[in-house]
Each structure stands twice: as C-alpha cells, then as structure tokens.
Design a protein around this ligand. Sequence first.
Ligand code: ZN
Length: 139
Amino acid sequence: MKSYRKELWFHVPTRRAFINITPQVEECLRESGVREGLVLVNAMHITASVFINDDEPGLHYDFEQWLEGLAPHEPVSRYRHNRTGEDNADAHLKRQIMGREVVVAVTNGRLDFGPWEQIFYGEFDGRRAKRVLVKIIGE
Ligand code: ZN
C-alpha cells in the first residue's frame, strides 16, 4: 500500500474566505501515484474548515450570510470564549458547522466526485498562515 502526506499552507489576507483547493488536492494525488484508494483532506486549525460543495459565488455569499446569522462576529463580547482575550469565538462555531475534513474516493487515479462537487478551504479567522493536511492511501 502507498501512503502520501502533504501540508498545504494558506495565508488568507481577510478574516473569512472560501478557497477552491481541488487543483492542489489533484496535484497531491498525481504526486502520490495512487490509482485506487482514499484521500483525506482536513483543516489543521480549529477556526477553519474543509468541506465539499458547489463552486458557485452566489452559494458562497449565502454560506457567509447564513454563518454570520448563526454566529455573528460582533459584538465579540457576546461570547464567553472571547473573555480569554481572543476575538474568534464565532470562527470556532462556524468551523464546527462547516466541518473539519472530507474523504474522497480515488478511482482510476482520479477524485471520484459526484456532480459539481469541489473541495473548499473555509477560513473563519484568517490573516495568518494556516495549514491543511492531505493524506492519501491506496494502491
Ligand atoms: Zn479561539
């Protein structure tokens, strides 16, 4: 069995963003040489997500509005976590809703997606360097 590991680094200049990381994951898959197996992609930080959905700007706007309605960034004083001196309680909550990781099947050397599926990095507390782990196992 082959095993491959890589960390992808992101430094988002804004507090929040959604980034399509499918090309980077496909590059990892090429490097791994795996033809049949599984790809795990997970955020390595508790204020960021990895999720699968549509690469459609209107939907990304809707996600942003929906998440801000569930867990508004401000007022930061509304969150007990922020009493630690941080201001990112909302980012922890947004990450929990959008998820930590995805697993994608690898079939015949390709990511075996359903229609319109793409992999996204969801940043909720950016403006610093953060990592995503890609782990690939298979034959
Ligand atoms: Zn925090």
